[in-house]
Write a protein of this length. Structure first.
Ligand code: NAD
Length: 363
């Protein structure tokens, strides 16, 4: 199969759909890869590296879309890209169609086969192609939070791990899923005093088994959230209720009980945020202060570490790409129900129940 990798065109998107090592695997399996020139240059993947891995280089996106049988990307296709898709062509990328009627309409009209990373499932009920970005965001939340705690950023002027003779900072993580666990691990590694709150007792038990006493666990309820944020230096918001807006677990009134200069990092901002005072920010201007509490609410955190994120994404997507390329999309989806859950649009029809329901398409 000929697999095409266009350069991402969304504002400040430096990730790319495939690393050179991913290209090498596909080529070793007998496939051809066409990469748009400079697709990975911003994160240090040069055309020469792609060529060495066995790819050919296309001079523009039109050539990639015209020749490839499967297009591999990171972000949802922009309108100009949707119009380049050909009938029967496979598109494998993040789509997030439910809140995006325009993109859905264009993909339906394109007559292509659109498989979304975010709805591919695994046997444990997880979302294996969403998880790598949650891992990145969770780990980054501590890095971002530690920076925001510095005096010059408006923070309390405390070091996460303290030093010998000075107590470490208190980090409270609300939501112990993929983001929360990765944040907690990083905070623990930095020497902070870490507490995770989750409303799933099963999850809290798992965390307790893995980390023993090194990470404290607390049931997530309003009393425990009140008590925890009052003593916290850094609070990470990492909750998710699938398919729903994030619950507002910290209200504006509650900020008054917090230590001045404490930091809130709302990773759940892409679902509306779990702090009442959260509003989405960008990597260019990531923090703001409300009632003396510093907020970091970047909606696309993984984009800030685009090279790591690209490598993590290719690690996760490559096995599915190989399956699609080796068997052809039809057979691959027939054989693998989890990959089939990724199918959102197939030749003019919306084939994902939730997307069809939200946007009023027949299913
Ligand atoms: P996940 O499903 O792995 O974990 C969510 C956890 O939240 C679960 O353990 C669940 O039990 C818990 N939870 C639900 N309601 C809760 C409550 N009231 N109190 C405490 N815990 C509660 O999800 P995830 O992959 O960790 O993602 C978390 C959030 O981070 C999502 O909103 C996701 O979209 C977002 N995210 C944002 C970025 C970004 O760049 N900002 C990147 C990746 C993920």
């Amino acid at each position: 199969m000929l697999i095409g990798v266009p350069k991402e065109i969304k504002n400040h998107e430096y990730r790319v759909g495939l690393t050179p090592s991913g290209v090498r695997e596909l080529v070793a399996n007998g496939h051809k890869v066409l990469v748009q020139t400079q697709a990975g240059l911003a994160i240090g993947f040069t055309d020469e590296q792609y060529i060495q891995a066995g790819a050919s280089i296309a001079s523009n996106a039109e050539e990639v879309f015209e020749r490839a049988e499967m297009i591999v990307k990171v972000k949802e296709p922009q309108p100009v890209e949707c119009r380049l898709l050909r009938p029967g062509q496979v598109l494998f990328t993040y789509l997030h169609l439910a809140p995006d009627p325009e993109q859905t309409k264009l993909l339906v009209e394109s007559d292509s086969i659109a498989i979304a990373y975010e709805t591919v499932t695994d046997e444990r009920g997880g979302l294996p192609l969403l998880a790598p970005m949650s891992e990145v965001a969770g780990r980054m939340a501590i890095q971002a939070g530690a920076h925001a705690l510095e005096k010059a950023q408006g923070g309390r002027g405390v070091l996460l791990g303290g030093v010998p003779g000075v107590a470490p900072s208190k980090v409270v993580v609300i939501g112990g899923g993929v983001v929360g666990l990765n944040a907690a691990r990083m905070a623990m590694g930095a020497g902070a005093d870490v507490t995770i709150l989750d409303k799933s007792l099963t999850r809290l038990k798992e965390i307790d088994m893995v980390f023993g006493g090194r990470i404290k666990t607390l049931m997530s309820n309003s009393a425990n959230i009140d008590d925890s944020i009052r003593v916290a230096d850094l609070v990470i918001g990492a909750v998710l209720i699938p398919g729903a807006a994030a619950p507002k677990l910290v209200t504006r009134a509650m900020l008054k009980s917090m230590k001045p200069g404490a930091v809130l990092v709302d990773v759940a901002i892409d679902q509306g945020g779990c702090f009442e005072t959260s509003r989405a920010t960008t990597h260019q201007d990531p923090i703001y202060t409300v009632d003396g509490i510093v907020h970091y609410c970047v909606a696309n955190m993984p984009g800030g570490v685009a090279r790591t994120s690209t490598q993590a994404l290719t690690n996760a997507t490559l096995p599915y790409m190989l399956e699609l390329a080796n068997k052809g999309w039809r057979q691959a989806l027939l054989d693998n129900a989890h990959l089939r859950n990724g199918l959102n649009i197939c030749r003019g029809r919306v084939t994902h129940q939730a997307v069809a329901k939200d946007l009023g398409y027949p299913y």
